[in-house]
Design a protein around this ligand. Structure first.
Ligand SMILES: [Zn+2]
Ligand SMILES: [Zn+2]
Length: 100
């Protein structure tokens, strides 16, 4: 197999098109059964979809990387706060030790 054929999870048939509106891969059965549903949706041929999906994947990757850095920032902020709290507690203890 030079080209790995993507098959429909519902029908096990080769994917023919891609619904850009729902981000859903469609086999011939999907298209026939859901043609009314997808009538107003943007349907791409599988060739177009591959390029489209590659773009989407790149976008999602960027998004997840952004989320990752957001989480890291939050964690770093929390760590900094924790450190400050620890330091404050430590200096209080020090002060208490000096009193006794
Ligand atoms: Zn199908
Ligand atoms: Zn659709």
């Amino acid at each position: 197999m030079s080209k790995s054929a993507v098959t429909c999870l519902d029908h096990g048939k080769v994917i023919q098109a891609f619904c850009a509106t729902e981000q859903q891969l469609l086999c011939i059965d999907c298209i026939i059964q859901q043609q009314i549903l997808h009538k107003t949706h943007v349907i791409l041929s599988i060739e177009d979809a591959s390029a489209h999906q590659a773009n989407l994947l790149a976008q999602n990757l960027k998004k997840s990387q952004k989320v990752d850095s957001d989480i890291k920032n939050t964690i770093n902020a929390m760590k900094a706060e924790l450190l400050l709290a620890e330091e404050a507690a430590h200096s209080k203890r020090k002060g208490a030790n000096q009193l006794f």
